[in-house]
Design a protein around this ligand. Structure first.
Ligand SMILES: *[C@@H]1O[C@H](CO)[C@@H](O)[C@H](O)[C@H]1NC(C)=O
Length: 238
C-alpha cells in the first residue's frame, strides 16, 4: 500500500505531464499552417496571348477575377504568340497586330521578369484598359508602370524594355524571341490559350472552345483548386 503522502505527488506528476503534452500539441498545431505554406507548391498557369489581341484581353479579364480568388495558389505566366523572322529589324519576330504589339509584348515580359506577380498583373490590366490601339506605346507603358507602382527606371523593367519605352531593349527583345519559341514548343497556336498545370484546358478565339471542364471564372477556380490539392496532397509532400 502506498503511503498517504504519495497520492498527491503522483497526481501532481500526471497533471504536469498532461500540461506538457498539451503545450507540445498546441505548439505543433500552431506551427503546422506555417509549414504547409512553406512547402506549398503553386499551380503553374500559362496564358498564350498577344498584347493587342481582343481574345487575350478577354482571357485576362476573366483571369483577373480568377486571381481574386486563388492568387496565392497560382504562378501565372504569359506566353506570347508570334512568328520568328530574321527579316524583322527590331524584334526578330513578326507579331500579328504589328510591331507595336511586339513592343507591348516586350513591356509585359519585362514587367513579368522584374516585378512581383500582383504588380505585373496590374500593369497588364492597365495596358488592356487603355485600349488595344494604345498597347505597346511608350506613354502607355510609363503610365501603367506608374499605376502598378513599378519604378520604370529603378525596378529593372525599363532597362529590360528600353528606358525610352520603345520595347526595343536588348534583354526585352531576347525575352520576346524566347517566349515565342516557347509558345511553339508547348503547342500554343491560338490567342488566347489557357494551360493549367501543364494541361491545355480552354481556348478563346472569337468564341470559347475545347473547354472540357468549363470556361467561367468558377470553372477555372475549381480546376486550379483541384490541381493545387493534387500538387500538395500528403504523399507528394516532402
Ligand atoms: C518577315 O518580316 C518581313 C519584314 O517585316 C516581312 O515582310 C515578312 O512578311 C515577314 N515574314 C513572315 C513569315 O511573317
Amino acid at each position: 500500500m502506498p503511503s498517504s503522502g504519495l497520492v498527491p505527488i503522483l497526481t501532481a506528476t500526471v497533471v504536469a505531464f498532461a500540461i506538457a503534452v498539451g503545450a507540445l500539441e498546441l505548439a505543433l498545431t500552431i506551427q503546422e499552417p506555417a509549414q504547409v505554406a512553406y512547402h506549398a507548391v503553386k499551380v503553374p498557369v500559362i496564358l498564350g496571348v498577344m498584347s493587342r489581341c481582343p481574345d487575350a484581353h478577354l482571357c485576362e479579364t476573366v483571369f483577373d477575377q480568377v486571381l481574386h480568388q486563388v492568387s496565392d495558389k497560382v504562378v501565372l505566366q504569359l506566353s506570347f504568340i508570334g512568328t520568328p523572322n530574321a527579316s524583322e529589324p527590331d524584334f526578330g519576330v513578326t507579331c500579328m497586330h504589328g510591331p507595336e504589339e511586339c513592343a507591348g509584348n516586350v513591356h509585359e515580359l519585362c514587367a513579368m521578369k522584374y516585378a512581383p506577380q500582383t504588380q505585373w498583373w496590374e500593369f497588364v490590366q492597365c495596358q488592356n484598359f487603355q485600349g488595344r490601339g494604345h498597347v505597346g506605346l511608350p506613354d502607355t507603358a510609363f503610365k501603367c508602370a506608374n499605376s502598378a507602382n513599378i519604378d520604370w527606371e529603378e525596378s529593372g523593367v525599363g532597362d529590360c524594355a528600353g528606358l525610352d519605352g520603345s520595347g526595343k531593349g536588348d534583354e526585352g527583345v531576347k525575352l520576346l524571341q524566347e517566349s515565342v519559341k516557347n509558345s511553339q514548343l508547348i503547342g500554343i497556336k491560338k490567342s488566347c490559350t489557357i494551360i493549367i498545370n501543364g494541361k491545355q484546358v480552354c481556348i478563346h478565339d472569337g468564341t470559347w472552345y475545347d473547354c472540357e471542364n468549363g470556361h467561367t471564372v468558377k470553372d477555372f477556380v475549381r480546376q486550379i483548386d483541384e490541381e493545387y490539392q493534387k500538387l500538395n496532397s500528403d504523399d507528394t509532400e516532402v
